[in-house]
Design a protein around this ligand. Structure first.
Ligand code: DGL
Length: 275
């Protein structure tokens, strides 16, 4: 059986990319609810219905686990979905805890970037209340980045002016860690970094997902020996046209490149640390 990945759009590919590293021999279904993206600008009730329809569709295809590769959908529906279905369901939420730990003692703040709906939800407010004892967590919705990603628009000359405008009232020197609380945002990591005058850490919520998924499948004796095949669906329709499939594959390659830059950075840092 395949593993299901679900998002409102192409953001979930950033999470699938993480999973492929840990589970390259699994086969996947990736479902993007592109008829209803962006979720972040809709009401909770609307989005809930879309999510349940999409997950029912995937369940009918036969999946052994589901990753809700969307912070917004996780905050709206993960608990209820777990009640309804027997297969394991993994969700994603803004990585506030590691971000606060990184900033504590450094006199720096945390900035959580997410969708309007995620930031409005009680789940997010409870998370911050539990962790943010020194009032260092702030947040900002960036719906424009979801739109850019859905239009395959990643050029810095388009993205950076939007970010500058949205962040114009923030004192950017104050922030030490940026949390990417929407799975569409990792594509823009470089543009986000360039906005800040000082070095910032960027953390995304999907970082542990591949590892967790692997652990869960191992515990259930459900590891596959497949080929890493991915079936893409757009709101219930199988994607067959070559151009779209090529574009999706290009995103995976682009994410490889973003990660390469990062791991080179880490290597250089650890060499420095040893000196
Ligand atoms: N990718 C989604 C998230 O992680 C939502 C984007 C949207 O549909 O607004 O929240």
């Amino acid at each position: 059986m395949r593993i299901g990945f679900f998002d409102s759009g192409i953001g979930g590919i950033t999470v699938l990319h993480q999973a492929l590293k840990y589970l390259p021999n699994e086969d996947y279904i990736f479902y993007a609810d592109t008829s209803h993206v962006p979720y972040g600008e809709k009401t909770k009730e609307e989005v809930r219905e879309y999510i349940f329809n999409a997950v029912e569709f995937m369940a009918n295809q036969g999946i052994k686990a589901l990753v809700i590769a969307c912070n917004t959908a996780t905050s709206i529906a993960v608990d209820d979905l777990r009640q309804k279905y027997d297969f394991p369901i993994l969700g994603i939420e803004p990585a506030v805890k590691p971000a606060v730990q990184k900033c504590e003692g450094k006199r720096k703040k945390v900035l959580v970037l997410a969708t309007n709906l995620t930031l409005r939800e009680e789940k997010f407010h409870n998370l911050v209340k539990r962790i943010d004892h020194h009032d260092i967590v702030e947040s900002l919705a960036l719906p424009g980045l979801v739109q850019f990603a859905e239009n395959f628009e990643f050029r810095e000359e388009k993205v950076v002016p939007y970010l500058k405008e949205k962040l114009s009232s923030f004192d950017l020197k104050q922030y030490g860690t940026i949390v990417l609380g929407c799975t569409h945002f990792p594509y823009f990591e470089k543009s986000i970094k360039t906005i800040f005058p000082e070095e910032v850490d960027i953390i995304s919520g999907s970082i542990g997902t591949g590892k967790n998924l692997k652990r869960i499948l191992e515990a259930r004796n459900q590891i596959n020996d497949g080929t890493g095949d991915i079936l893409f669906y757009k709101s219930g329709n199988k994607v067959e046209d070559k151009k779209t499939l090529t574009n999706y594959n290009k995103l995976l390659v682009m994410l490889d490149m973003i990660n390469d830059i990062k791991s080179v950075g880490i290597k250089e840092k650890s060499i420095e640390d040893k000196r």
